[in-house]
Design a protein around this ligand. Structure first.
Ligand code: DX5
Ligand code: ZN
Length: 215
């Protein structure tokens, strides 16, 4: 059964407390939080004060996706406010191995995200140290975009790399996940599905999370 990580980016920001209550009642194990700096991606979302408030409203695993430059500067702060998984972009890290170790040394799980054009070879040498590889299946910066179908083969190839080497790394898929395409994404080897608009745009978000988690 996949882990479902609803992305708060698609929620009504006037009602973040209600969104957290919905997540608490749902089968979602993780809550995905998209932090954007307006530099690494052409959009700005929310930051540490908002996540600190969310931490008080839920015991779910907080899966923080940093779409920011120089993530190492803010890593200790995200740990202090209660992030459980901290994901940095390979493209934003000149010293990715050091950044992964920094995240893990603070007690968080380390995630590394790859933009659609970034090859798997860019993480091959550190794959054994990564807890979660986040394959971006849209170009990061905005919710509600269309899944890029050619990413399915990237997921398959990553799964092979992990299994061949006997690593424990999990594969997370972020961007354009729907009830329709989730089965083929899972077949390709995904362990975690991020879903923004599919969950928060649904008439019944709790039911939608249940359907996704039973796939
Ligand atoms: C995109 C974000 C995603 C986004 C997914 O930059 O990283 O997490 O919220 O939203 P949907 O599921 O609507 O594509
Ligand atoms: Zn994300």
């Amino acid at each position: 059964m996949p882990i479902i990580a609803p992305s708060l980016l698609a929620a009504d920001f006037l009602e973040i407390g209600k969104a957290c209550e919905m997540i608490n009642q749902s089968e979602a194990a993780w809550l995905h939080l998209d932090v954007m700096d307006g530099r690494f991606v052409p959009n700005i979302s929310f930051g540490t004060p908002v996540i600190a408030a969310i931490r008080k409203a839920t015991d779910k695993i907080l899966d923080v996706h940093l779409m920011i430059e120089e993530p190492e500067k803010y890593t200790p702060l995200f740990n202090e406010i209660g992030a459980n998984i901290l994901t940095v972009h390979a493209e934003a890290c000149s010293h990715l191995h050091r950044n992964i170790q920094q995240i893990k040394s603070l007690g968080m799980k380390a995630g590394v995200a790859l933009n659609p054009h970034t090859p798997l070879s860019s993480i091959e040498e550190v794959l054994q140290d990564i807890d979660v590889v986040c394959i971006m299946t849209v170009n990061p910066g905005f919710g509600g975009q269309k899944f890029i179908p050619s990413m399915l083969s990237k997921i398959e190839r990553l799964k092979k790399m992990i299994l061949t080497n006997g690593y424990n790394t999990q594969i997370e898929i972020d961007g354009g996940v729907t009830l329709e395409n989730a089965p083929e994404i899972l077949n390709a080897g995904a362990d975690i599905l991020v879903a923004g608009n599919t969950v928060f745009g649904a008439k019944d978000p709790i039911k939608t999370i249940e359907l996704l988690s039973k796939m």
